[in-house]
Design a protein around this ligand. Structure first.
Ligand code: NAD
Length: 314
């Protein structure tokens, strides 16, 4: 029987459906030592972003050679040593299409927050303050949104933001991939120097330098806003704090952090920053779609491999 270990939780309906397929499904949060032990017993590992599937974990799995498939229930694969997994014959899949809408909506929410001080008002009114004059914001209609990384989330954001009357510019490492006259392609420097809001939607590999550091921020418009709902390492957090303190940037929104859970209290408590704890895909709809995609991957895998109970080693 196919044995599946789910370490970072899974949407309930999809989980129940998976169990009804007569697979042996175990949902268990594992610390690194437990994972190294448990992984030997399973054919499939399903993780979100919390579980780190390192070379050491894969080496432990190879002691029984049961593990054949790792599924990242989500988009970013930066918590999995993909190259090493592939080298050891383990397939790695993710669910790339499930969360575009949810992430794009979160960016829009953050944009309104920082443009209209919603995050500050929520905190200060609860303390009994009435900062009507202090919280004069800006409209986002007519402003330029610069999108860096024009993949699934970037394009979905462009669609929604243009419906709000924003002008869209984008930069992508592969060039002008969008064939839509509403969106203008430009290089990174042009995008930075002409956008009122800059939103990041690129992947990040561990060890890579931050795409947005001091130099890039210095090229941004004075009083612009920076939004990161992609990956923590894409933005240099110290450089961001400096730019907020100096007034170079008017505000920022951050859903993802270099370290998660973050210990960066200065960033989290900064009154120019709207923060969320990596909840880009945390909606009922996205989790259901992710669950559906995970189940489909497992079923396809099951059909392909036709694992024979009689030859199992467990
Ligand atoms: P995608 O692969 O569809 O698009 C990424 C785009 O970025 C591609 O078009 C690629 O060419 C481009 N790109 C890569 N490196 C670049 C660079 N250095 N400069 C400019 N462009 C570059 O990915 P996606 O599904 O749109 O996801 C985008 C990011 O959002 C990923 O980092 C993903 O992990 C993250 N994400 C975050 C959450 C969350 O919970 N906050 C949820 C889903 C996705």
């Amino acid at each position: 029987m196919l044995k599946i270990l789910i370490t970072d939780g899974m949407e309930k309906t999809s989980l129940e459906r998976l169990k009804k397929m007569n697979f042996h499904v175990v949902e268990q949060h594992c610390d690194i030592d437990t994972l190294k032990e448990e992984i030997k017993k399973f054919h499939v590992l399903v993780v979100r972003s919390a579980t780190k599937v390192t070379k050491d974990v894969i080496d432990e799995a190879m002691k029984t050679k049961n593990l054949k498939l790792i599924i990242r229930a989500g988009v970013g694969l930066d918590n999995i040593d993909i190259e090493y997994a592939k080298l050891r014959g383990i397939t790695v899949k993710n669910t790339p299409n499930a969360s575009n809408t949810s992430v794009a909506e979160l960016v829009i929410g953050h944009m309104f927050n920082i443009a209209r001080f919603l995050h500050n008002s929520n905190i200060t009114m609860r303390r009994g303050e009435w900062n009507k004059k202090k919280y004069q914001g800006i409209e986002i209609e007519g402003k330029t949104l610069g999108i860096i990384g024009f993949g699934r989330v970037g394009r979905e954001l462009a669609r929604k933001a243009s419906a709000l009357g924003m002008k869209i510019k984008f930069y992508d490492i592969v060039g002008p991939i969008a064939n839509d006259e509403r969106y203008r392609y430009c290089d990174l420097d042009q995008l930075l120097s002409t956008s009122d809001f800059v939103s990041l939607h690129v992947p990040h590999n561990q060890g890579d330098e931050a795409l947005i550091g001091r130099k890039e921020i210095s090229k941004m418009k004075d009083g612009a806003y920076l939004i990161n709902c992609a990956r923590g390492g894409v933005v240099d957090e110290e450089a961001l704090i400096e730019a907020l303190n100096s007034g170079k940037l008017a505000g920022a929104a951050v859903d993802v952090f270099v370290e998660e859970p973050t210990l960066n209290d200065v960033l989290c408590n900064h009154d120019k920053v709207s923060v969320t704890p990596h909840i880009g895909a945390s909606t009922r709809e996205a989790q259901r779609k992710i669950g559906d995609e995970v189940n489909k991957i497992i079923l396809d895998f099951w059909k392909e491999r036709e694992i024979d109970d009689r030859t199992e080693t467990i």
